[in-house]
Ligand binder design. Structure first.
Ligand SMILES: C[S@@+](CC[C@H](N)C(=O)[O-])C[C@H]1O[C@@H](n2cnc3c(N)ncnc32)[C@H](O)[C@@H]1O
Length: 359
């Protein structure tokens, strides 16, 4: 998408505010939901999600294609920013997209209709903790930037596993703010990123969840769990990435929590503004910015029904994985920036026997 079209698409996403007549409401508590979601549902966030998805589509969606006729569930579809890329990569798949926000779903419906007019997507309003679908209703489940906002990831994964058929696949894409490296480095800039991490944690989420995907999925009973880092690196030689990712995705996300950080007493106006100004230098001449996303794929074992995971031979491994996640969660909400040396996007394929291609 060129810049003109992208700006138009972003405006289109942000401008849509029709009332939603989307699917059914399955146990939704909109007011509680709205306050707990760290990014909120503003026009700014809708634009940011569009910029993020379009800038990162090649990196994050590479290898994800579902066969014609397969039943695909996208959870936490938001304003449809990832749904567009799903339908383009898998034009024949029967995609059902779910979110708890009626407003986001209305935007998603209009956005996908504009960007992919032939797409057949069923939009459903539902809480992913209690999906209105039968056991084994789907061949594939896809979730992007959703688990990081949940206060009970284990429960969510159990529900996703329930609606997946044996042999079906789960694809999860998450970030990890601890993977952020930038030049010029600055303690003030690192501090504002730390404030966003703390606020997301206070809302029940985990902005450092990328590194935990393997134990989380294994602990939930999935097989063939494979996690691949997908690294974004932007400097002056890649102006589109500097603009689309460093500025409009990452810095825009941090800037959006300014009021919350001040209200929570995490920072002062002067400290915040100094940190953001320093962070912006990474998007200027001579600056650079690095971030790693984590893309996980997994399979629901053949012949496994709901609740059988704990009884399988893999149970001790899964229990250990779950314990490892619980331990790291209790260890504090902000961990030091991890070393990302040697991690790159790659094209290794897991579960070669699966009907879908994913990486
Ligand atoms: C960061 S947005 C990501 C949207 C989209 N996947 C993307 O990448 O652009 C997270 C989405 O998850 C949704 N969400 C969070 N908790 C949910 C829940 N319990 N049930 C359904 N949707 C939920 C939010 O409403 C929001 O639209």
């Amino acid at each position: 998408m060129d810049d003109t079209n992208k700006a138009a698409a972003g405006g289109e996403l942000a401008g849509l505010r029709e009332s939603a007549e989307v699917g059914e409401s399955a146990g939704i508590r909109e007011s509680a939901a709205s306050t707990a979601y760290v990014h909120g549902y503003s026009d700014h966030e809708a634009r940011r999600l569009g910029d993020q998805a379009d800038t990162l589509a090649a990196l994050l969606h590479a290898g994800t294609a579902y066969p014609a006729g397969s039943r695909v569930l996208e959870i936490g579809c938001g304003v449809g920013a990832q749904t567009v890329h799903l339908v383009k990569a898998s034009p024949g798949a029967r995609i059902v997209a779910v979110d708890r926000s009626a407003e986001s779903l209305a935007q998603a419906r209009a956005y996908v209709a504009a960007q992919a007019p032939d797409a057949q997507v069923e939009w459903r309003r539902a809480d992913l903790y209690g999906l209105p679908f039968a056991d084994a209703a789907y061949d594939h489940v896809f979730a992007c930037f959703v688990l990081e906002h949940l206060d009970d990831v284990e429960r969510a994964l159990a529900e996703l596993r329930r609606v997946l058929r044996p042999g079906g696949t789960l694809t999860v894409i998450e970030g990890d703010h601890g993977s952020t490296l930038f030049h010029p480095d600055s303690p003030d800039a690192r501090a504002v990123i730390g404030h966003q991490i703390r606020l997301q944690s206070a809302a029940g989420g985990n902005a450092l969840i990328g590194r935990e995907l393997q134990p989380l999925l294994a602990g939930a009973g999935f097989d063939e769990v494979a996690v691949r880092p997908r690294t974004v690196y932007a400097d002056g030689t890649r102006p589109a990435l500097v603009d689309g990712f460093t500025r409009k995705t990452f810095i825009a996300m941090i800037e959006a929590v300014r009021a919350d950080a001040l209200r929570a007493g995490l920072t002062t106006e002067a400290d915040w503004d100094r940190g953001i100004a320093d962070l912006r230098r990474s998007a200027e001449d001579g600056g650079s910015f690095h971030y790693t996303f984590f893309k996980a794929t997994a399979v629901k074992g053949e012949g496994e029904g709901e609740g059988e995971a704990g009884a399988s031979v893999g149970a001790p491994v899964r229990a250990a994985a779950a314990a490892s996640v619980a331990h790291s969660r209790n260890a504090g909400s902000f961990r030091a920036v991890s070393s990302s040396a040697g991690i790159q996007a790659n094209n290794l394929m897991p579960g070669a026997s699966r009907a879908a291609s994913f990486a």
